[in-house]
Design a protein around this ligand. Structure first.
Ligand code: NAD
Length: 474
């Protein structure tokens, strides 16, 4: 977008206001006040969040909003509140023998103003998570919400004004034009959560300002069942992880790798448990709808393409096609024998379609994963330690949960982020604090510094010293 465009001008003046305020670094008490404001936004407005998400999705399970948005947001804030003093404390670093008795410290410092771009699928968690890191690190922030979650965006804007104030956080709502102008602002750091495709343009826009980016992207996250692993232990968490938010979760298992002779047992268990978990998905208020008619059409088209190309497609659930369509819902749909080059097998699915890929040996399964983009998440079901090690060493992923789905994401003491096409950089917990800080290296020189001996003019002493320093003692 043209830098003199009115949207750009107005966003830029918002940024300048915050930049002027950011010249005064926020102390510990101020940051704790901000974190308390974030916590109140969550705890005191639970029903308002549930209602906003319901309005955005048409049907968004209230349990999911509280479990997968409010709870992890609050956990992240609580951890920051507990750990902040330690995070802010300068860290001691060693100096080598030659520089003793100087002292080295690493002093965290706010960067200034952070930009945060949020997708629609978990608008609260994916706004408040990065905000927690940015504010704990003492920054101001501007947040751009998705055009597909306008009710959540409006609520976040109102609550940020009320609990933090425009001098701390400014929330921006609007369409793609606004998003493009936002990404082109000269932030001190930009954290983008969204698709890999848009992530590329965001990084390009940020490059013009040399703004450092954290990219939280998507991709196809595999779920690998080791040979012989009990299917009943897999399927509860597979169904929960895939059907949460109707599969519209960046770390949802995208497809399943199972040994060929165990495929039927897996399918039988999937049929049983999917129906138990979400009976009558069309009318079930606990089963979330697909966010928009376009997203719904995309999923239906991918399913139909796979069917037309010879895949075996089976919808699990029990609602009629007409009722599902009217509710903009898709049941868990397993897809077998889909050709590798159909959209379902190439692109991130982001919905409740579940391809099953059969493998003959574990090495084949690992080769299948390695031949594709490095995923955001990898799920492995296995109890054999040596094999778990083999899988962890033989693959590269953003994060891993062994014997469950999604759970590594809500461990605030673990960093969260992708690798390669699934993202770069990390946030959550301490790593989030570091992402939004300048970790300033400071050396305090001593009066007794030996470095004086290396200052010019260079005589015999420096030669002797250099022989010692370079290990040539004669
Ligand atoms: P998206 O990339 O379409 O949009 C994300 C955000 O970027 C929105 O706020 C949108 O307004 C904005 N945007 C759109 N075009 C832009 C542009 N040209 N420049 C700057 N900003 C622009 O993604 P989405 O459909 O909202 O979300 C789904 C995707 O996000 C999936 O790929 C999913 O895997 C990924 N995701 C990743 C994570 C993670 O933490 N890694 C979490 C949730 C979703």
């Amino acid at each position: 977008m043209d830098a003199s465009h009115p949207i750009h001008d107005s966003l830029h003046s918002q940024l300048r206001q915050l930049q002027a305020l950011a010249t005064q670094p926020a102390d510990y008490a101020t940051r704790q006040r901000w974190l308390a404001g974030l916590a109140s936004m969550v705890t005191q407005h639970q029903q308002a969040w549930v209602d906003a998400l319901q309005a955005d999705f048409g049907c968004r399970s209230a349990v999911e909003t509280r479990l997968a948005e409010l709870f992890p947001s609050l956990e992240g804030i609580r951890l920051a509140q507990r750990k902040l003093r330690g995070w802010m404390r300068p860290q001691r670093r060693g100096v080598s023998f030659w520089f003793m008795p100087a002292r080295a410290r690493l002093q965290p410092q706010p960067l200034g103003v952070a930009g945060i771009i949020v997708p629609w699928n978990y608008p609260i968690f994916l706004a408040l998570g990065p905000l927690t890191s940015a504010l704990a690190a003492g920054n101001r922030a501007m947040v751009k919400m998705s055009e597909l979650s306008p009710h959540s965006g409006a609520l976040l804007q109102r609550l940020c004004r009320q609990y933090l104030g425009d001098d701390v956080v400014q929330v921006v709502n609007g369409g793609v034009e606004v998003a493009q102008a936002f990404a082109a602002l000269p932030f001190d750091h930009l954290l983008f959560t969204g698709s890999t495709r848009v992530g590329r343009s965001v990084m390009q826009a940020a490059a013009a300002n040399l703004t450092p980016v954290t990219l939280e992207l998507g991709g196809k996250s595999p779920l690998l069942i080791a040979p012989g692993f009990d299917k009943r232990r897999v399927v509860g968490s597979l169904v929960a992880g895939k059907m949460l938010n109707a599969g519209q979760t960046c770390v949802a298992p995208d497809y399943v790798l199972v040994q060929r002779q165990e495929c039927d047992a897996l399918l039988a268990e999937l049929r049983r448990q999917a129906t138990l978990a979400y009976p009558d998905p069309a009318a079930n208020p606990d089963y979330t709808a697909i966010i928009s008619p376009q997203h719904y059409q995309r999923l239906v088209a991918w399913r139909d393409e796979a069917t037309a190309r010879g895949a075996r497609v089976e919808a699990l659930g029990g609602s009629s096609e007409a009722a599902l369509h009217a509710a903009r819902k898709l049941p868990l749909t397993v897809v077998q024998d889909a050709p590798d080059d159909c959209a379902l097998m190439r692109e991130e699915i982001f919905g409740p379609l579940l391809p099953i890929v059969c493998y003959d040996t574990l090495d084949d399964a690992l080769a299948y994963i390695r031949a594709r983009d490095r995923p955001l998440a990898l799920y492995l079901y296995d109890d054999n330690r040596a094999r778990i090690r083999q899988v962890l060493q033989g693959t590269v992923a953003g994060g891993v949960t062994v014997n469950d789905t999604l759970m590594h994401v809500v461990q605030d003491q673990l960093p969260f982020g992708g690798v390669g096409p699934s993202g770069m950089g990390h946030y959550h917990g301490y790593e989030g604090f570091v992402t939004f800080s300048k970790m300033l290296p400071v050396l305090y020189q001593s009066r007794l510094a030996g470095a004086v001996l290396t200052q010019p003019p260079h005589g015999k002493v420096v030669q002797l010293l250099l022989n010692l320093m370079l290990g040539r003692i004669r």
